[in-house]
Ligand binder design. Structure first.
Ligand code: SF4
Length: 367
């Protein structure tokens, strides 16, 4: 695989049709190719048995079927799977599959995707933020993370579970919350969302997808005009500029007051509820007074707060609060009328926090 090769998943439906037309093949071959890629989860062109062999060979000379290779994997006690992928240029990203039991005895699968190699935002508590920014991912590199985990789930399926005609039916949620700032890679992320959602593509409901942002106001305004049903989450972590400047440095450019105004506008235009992610750090943003300040900031906004007791990183000075402090914070928010849930901490034994596995492996390789 070369660094410059195009991948099928980098192409829109219209571009796949152009590719097929350029190869002198009838239009329906585009549908077959997309079906094998997104529903058949094909690993090689050889699997596409209803395509003529000569055509498969010509396709293989033009495009790649995959843009990433799984090079390391860890599985946590709670079943969380963290995978390190190597890209065609040798750079690495990581993604996570989290599986939750449902009340009806089934399992919900959520995939957390990366959108950039490294991240330009530089939050000091985040392992990715400390690695710096290298490059944006292509749409195909984003989509292929979903196809990889879908294939993995299919291959480990129960023998009695034959219903794999629609892989998207087995994925509950796709969240753009891994390495990188999704809205800083806007066009590629939106193209990936479109193909993951499209019936000709993966076919996952838009409402099952969630994009997170550190608060890029121009892109939030742009997203509000897209008429998409996807969810939006803001990584807030502090309700005042002084504290947020430290925790989420992009706040110096887009301060809290302007960010919340943009969020109110987003809710009005899109008609959708917005989520706020609030990672709790002991002694920094976890007091009852901080909860009051947060409730005041969000008053009247159609929103939901996800409280996240922080995953420990290698960063100095960022520890999760005690359970008692966490529950007191949550109680105060609820008392003040803010809808709020405490996120389950997943994969604590396997570096499941954003960028932690990549960071640890990089250190291992240096020593
Ligand atoms: S927390 Fe998110 S936005 Fe901040 S540095 Fe890490 S990946 Fe980037």
């Amino acid at each position: 695989m070369t660094a410059t090769s195009t991948c099928i998943t980098d192409l829109t439906s219209a571009q796949i049709q152009e590719l097929i037309a350029g190869l002198g093949e009838p239009n329906y071959r585009a549908r077959q190719l997309q079906h094998w890629t997104y529903q058949g989860l094909a690993l090689s062109f050889d699997e596409m048995t209803d395509l003529p062999k000569t055509f498969r060979n010509r396709l293989a000379q033009k495009v790649q079927l995959h843009s990433l290779t799984s090079t390391h994997e860890v599985v946590g006690h709670d079943g969380t799977i963290k995978t390190l992928f190597t890209l065609s240029d040798g750079k690495t990203i990581e993604s996570t599959l989290m599986s939750y039991p449902t009340a009806k005895g089934g399992t919900r699968h959520t995939i957390c995707l990366s959108t950039q190699v490294g991240c330009p935002i530089g939050c000091p508590f985040c392992a990715t933020g400390q690695q710096g920014f290298e490059r944006n991912l292509t749409p195909g590199e984003i989509i292929d993370q979903v196809l990889y985990f879908s294939r993995r789930l299919r291959d480990q399926k129960d023998e009695t579970d034959t219903d794999w005609d629609k892989p998207a039916a087995h994925i509950s949620n796709v969240v753009f919350m891994g390495m990188g700032e999704p809205l800083a890679n806007y066009d590629a992320v939106l193209q990936a969302v479109e193909m993951l959602n499209s019936p000709q593509g993966f076919g996952l409901g838009a409402r099952n997808m969630l994009i997170s942002t550190a608060g890029l106001i121009p892109q939030i305004k742009r997203l509000s005009q897209e008429k998409l049903q996807i969810g939006l989450a803001i990584s807030l972590h502090a309700s005042d500029d002084a504290r947020r400047n430290e925790l989420v440095p992009i706040n110096k450019k887009y301060p809290v007051g302007q960010l919340i105004a943009a969020c109110r506008e987003y809710c009005e235009i899109s008609g959708r509820r917005i989520s706020f992610e609030y990672a709790l750090f002991e002694g920094i943003n976890d007091s009852v007074n901080h909860a009051r300040s947060l409730a005041k900031l969000l008053a009247g906004l159609n929103c939901h707060v996800n409280l996240i007791p922080s995953n420990l990183t290698d960063s100095q000075g960022f520890s999760p609060p005690t359970r008692g402090t966490t529950l007191a914070f949550q109680r105060e928010l609820v008392r003040l009328g803010i809808a709020c849930t405490l996120r389950q901490r997943r994969g604590l034994d396997i570096d499941a926090g954003c960028g932690q596995l990549r960071s640890r492996l990089a250190k291992t390789m240096q020593t």
